[in-house]
Design a protein around this ligand. Structure first.
Ligand code: GUN
Length: 282
């Protein structure tokens, strides 16, 4: 039976440490979120983010726009938050409704307030090997791997999914940590074969039971980013019951990657407050 990588516990510990750091710093970091529409999952994520802010002593404010908001309206909200000196971090909950140009909205966020790390400037720095703000889910996974002292240098890492928020930045972070990285996607041939080469396998696909035991090398570390509903239950991308008998370590869903994402958002927001104090730190 694999070691369970307990994201909930590690995130809780990180939040406690962060709370003390913020208290000692004398800073009052502040996060502003924007949500467009009333998607229940997005609303739940936003609530969780605001609750985490409260837990660590970060101020938070939420802008809510109607589901039929235009790109211009969302851009205006972002611009106002960019200008607001009391706001250190700006987060736009994704996905945005179809009529809104997500790329333009993300590019409008001040890179110094980009706590999600999705701005092309910050993604460029990450891919150049000199990250400043890094997307929270992959950075949280790196923290989890580090907490469990999982060796990355020289390891074969396979990432499944090439999204901007997880797959692509995950591959960059693993590469920056000296892993040999393969990034797989919907057009990859023989995905199971690629998976079986991995010492570290990260799945960010969004399909229940996508990663079966036939995709996993005995002794691999398996990271499950998926959050899917299956028969009324929350499950990841990985067939946990089968894969836990093959892997040496595995993240559960829920309680694995999700809490690490939120803890990392809090860390990024505190960091934003620090870098905005002193331009040379940027
Ligand atoms: N929607 C799903 N994941 C994320 C995330 O990491 N950040 C934001 N802003 N929206 C998301």
């Amino acid at each position: 039976m694999a070691l369970i990588l307990d994201g909930k516990k590690i995130a809780g510990m990180r939040l406690e440490i962060l709370k003390e750091e913020i208290e000692k710093s004398g800073l009052s970091p502040r996060l502003a979120t924007i949500i467009v529409g009333s998607d229940p999952a997005s609303q739940m994520y936003i609530r969780m983010k605001h609750r985490a802010c409260e837990q660590v002593g970060i101020g938070s404010a939420g802008v809510e726009l109607p589901g039929d908001a235009t790109t211009e309206q969302v851009l205006k909200a972002v611009t106002q938050l960019n200008k607001d000196a009391d706001v250190n971090g700006v987060l736009i909950q994704l996905p945005l409704p179809k009529q809104v140009d997500t790329e333009r909205v993300i590019a409008m966020v001040d890179p110094k307030k980009d706590v999600d790390g999705f701005h092309p400037f910050n993604l460029g720095l990450l891919f150049s090997g000199k990250p400043r703000f890094t997307p929270c889910t992959p950075k949280g996974i790196m923290t989890l791997l580090a907490e469990y002292k999982i060796e990355l240098s020289g390891a074969r890492a396979v990432v499944i999914g090439r999204s901007i928020d997880v797959g692509r930045p995950m591959s960059a972070l693993l590469l920056n940590a000296d892993a040999t990285v393969t990034l797989c996607h919907s057009k990859t041939k023989n995905l199971a074969e690629e998976g079986r080469r991995a010492d570290i396998l990260v799945s960010a696909v969004g399909k229940a039971h996508f990663v079966t035991s036939g995709c996993v090398k005995p002794g691999a570390v398996v990271i499950d980013v998926g959050i899917n509903q299956l028969n009324g239950k929350l499950v990841g991308d990985v067939d946990f019951e089968a894969v836990k008998n093959i892997a040496c370590a595995i993240t559960p869903v829920p309680g694995g990657v999700g809490p690490m994402t939120i803890a990392t958002l809090m860390e990024n927001t505190y960091r934003a407050a620090n870098v905005q104090l002193c331009d040379t730190a940027w």
